[in-house]
Structure formats: structure tokens, C-alpha cells
Design a binder for this molecule. Sequence first.
Ligand SMILES: *Cc1c(COP(=O)(O)O)cnc(C)c1O
Length: 489
Amino acid sequence: MEFIESRGNDGQQQKKVTFSQAILSPMCSFGGIYVPEQLPELDTDFLQKHLNSDYKTLASAILTHLDVDIADEEIQAALDLYDKFDDPKNPVPVVKVRDDLYVSELYHGPTRAFKDMALQPFGQILSSIAQNNNHNYLILAATSGDTGPAALETFKNKKNVQVACLYPDGGTSDVQRLQMVTESADNLKVIGIHGNFDDAQTALKNLLASDKFKATLKQKNIDLSAANSVNFGRIIFQILYHIHSYLELVRQGAINLGDSVYLNVPSGNFGNALGGYYAMKMGLPVEKIMISSNANNVLTELINEGRYDLSSKSVIPTASPAMDILKSSNVERILYDLLGAERTKELMTQLDTENKYQLTEQELTLLQETFVADYCSDEEGKQFIKECFEQGYLMDPHTATCLKTEATKKEKELVTIVYSTAEWTKFSPTIANALTGEIDTHDLDALKSISKTAQIKIPDMIAELFDKPITHSTIVEKEAIEEEIIRFL
Ligand SMILES: *Cc1c(COP(=O)(O)O)cnc(C)c1O
């Protein structure tokens, strides 16, 4: 598989790159991102053949089909990280909630959120390419809560890689903060900043673009990279679980091989949904992809009205903070796929300069052939959490947004796969509030309450966090981030 640029080629950049090139130097002409030039087909024979394959066997067969320039044993080493999940045989359980609604649980990894699905193997692959090339990398990560812990977890003690992770002090949950500031490996630096997630993200983008910063790193023989969600090294691992979840439905007798299903994805930066889209393009029988959002409903407006308009919007903090995003980066890959590079460049330039763009009627129709969308308020979300719990299933506030779209946008009597992106332990105050009405200011109180109400144990890796020593206590002003990172290096 080779990669081309979403906004076309400027005559300077290489026209096509390999997978490893796309991972290591993701910068494209005109500020675009890499997209696969072509995707292989996975026909019914392939699905039939892997009907009873375990996750890693299926994953490695799909990756072989995708034909990336990574040695088999390195892919194997990356996939072996799924052995750290709760059930190594089945890292992604698919659980029945109703006859026509199954939940694919993507949060059984070390940090209890779906970021592990991609960052675990991605970290392994990046580190092995760095070692093979004898390069050293500084990986920057800015996080609103889930990416940071997952990035630190995957890169800790990896050779040739150091990580600097920026988080907004006071802007994450207790559990998320503790997951970061208690990490103790020498190659990790966690920095809290006075500011919000946008400030952290802007600081990261400025550093990535700073020639002075890069020159300082070069003197130390270090290259700069980022673990952000547009990196195709993350996307590729997000195609796999959609195919696994479908086969799991066949195994459980919920559908017959070949039946169409709905995929319902709680979306922010659109990486998860994009993985589903690519799986569908490769041949997975999908009726529609449902895009579920919170009050930050840019994606709902785009898919229902063809308008992407940030001009009068600012981020609204919600109970599903990992989806509090206005610039949803991976949408660009869908635009490229449906409309081509020239039009994508035009639309993305408009978004940069005018803060909005509008699709034509025809373009909107094309988008709606695949996607439907709706958004869910925090109050509605809590209602869904409560109702679902009463029917025997506990879900987190991100996953709960899917139930709104399910209620309003399902046209055919087909089975839906809802993707669950976080365990209840990561957003416990909202869930405790939904279940009992209590208002907890600390995660620990909420965790204990839910544990009691739902009769479930707090997983050890979460319970232990509250007793671990704090190893990172740096909290700085935005202006001091660069200096702090250089001191660490
Ligand atoms: C990152 C994240 C999302 C959004 O996923 P995208 O791939 O960015 O759309 C949703 N829920 C949780 C819990 C997340 O951590």
C-alpha cells in the first residue's frame, strides 16, 4: 500500500510514499494528510475464511492484505501487545444489549479507553522503525485526557523514543491525570499547563512548526514527531476491529455472513469512524455509518446540511470531553475519497481562511450515501446511561451519545454495532450522577458509588492509581513549555 496527499502534490514533495514514510514524516503539500492510494478488497471468501480466527490472526491477515512495508515479525510484535488486554484471546468483546444492538468494547486495554487499540501497536512499530534507522525521536502529545495516558503507556521504556506530553491542568479527570503523572519511565515527561486543551494543542502545533526548536533538537540528534490521530500508523489499526466486530456478530448468530449492519461511532477527530469507512470500502457489508456527537455538533451539521461552520462556534465543555472537538481532522480523508484532491484543497483552504465551507447539493448527497448523524446533550446522555443500566448494561458518556443517533436515524431493521470507547472508570462522576443523582467532585467517590450500585469491582489498574507516588509535578505557563522540554532532553 502506498500513500498520496489529500490536497494534491506541490511538485516538491515526493508524489507517493510508503507506510513507514507516512508514519515518520506526516507533513504533506499544502498542509494536507496522507491517504491510501488504493485499498485492497476483502471479499466474502476472506470473511468466511476468518470466521473463526482470533483477533490477532484476523488482524495479521488484514495487514498482510494491506501490504505495508513493515517486516512480518515487527507487525507480529505490535499485535502481541493485544495480549495485555483483559482477555488476550478476545481483546475486543462484542456484547449484546438488545436483539438489534451490540456493543463492541474497545476499552479493555491498559488505560481503559479506546486509544489503546491503535496507540499500543503504533508505539511498537514507531519505536522499531526508529531503532532500525538508528534515529532518535521526540514524540509530542497534547491531550484532553485519553491520548496522553495511552501514548505514555505505549512508549514507556521504548528505545530511541522520548515523549513529552502536555495536558491542561484541571482540564482532565482525576483518573486521567493520575494515569499520566504517576508514570515513572525515564523517557517520559508530563507537563501540565495553565490553560485549556486548545492551548495545549496550539503549543504542540507551534513546536512542530518551529525551526528554532527543531534546530535545537537536531544538535542533540533528535527528530520530532507527533502521536496525533491523523497519523496513518494509528488509523490502520482502527480498520481491524470493525471487521472483527462484524465477524463476532456472525459467530454469535446475530447476523448471517453478508448481512448489512449499521456502525455507530461516538466521534471526535473521526479516526474511529474513518476506520469503519475504510473497512466498508474494502468490502465489509455496512448499511450506513452513524456519526454520534455531543453538543459540539459540527459533524452533525456537516452530514445533515453539508455545512462545516466554525465561524460562530467555540468549544462547549461536555460530559464526553474526548469528543469536545471542532476541527475534526480525519474528515479530510473522507472529503478526499468522495471529492478528490483538488476540491479537498479548496474546502480545507476555505476552512482555514473563512472558518467554514459549504458542500454542494450533489456532494452532500454523496456524503449521505454512507453517513447519517445526530448529537446528544449531556442530559439526554445521562438518561440513556440510566435506561441502559436498568436493562443490564453499563456504558460511559461517550458511548451513550450513540443511543440518540440509534433512536433518530435508524431506518432499517438491521443490527447496529455501537462502538464503546471508554470504560465506566474513566468518567465516573457523570455516570454516578446518571445512576443515583449524586454529585461527586472526586473520581474516587464516584468509582466507589458505581462499584456498589452496579456490583462491579474497580479494576486494579484504576484502584492502584490513587496510591501511586506522583512522579511528574511540573505545571507551567504556555510560554515555558519549550524550555521545559529542552531541559528534560
Ligand atoms: C478519542 C475518543 C473519542 C473520539 O474518537 P475519534 O477517533 O477521535 O473520533 C471518543 N471517545 C473516547 C472515550 C475517546 O477517547
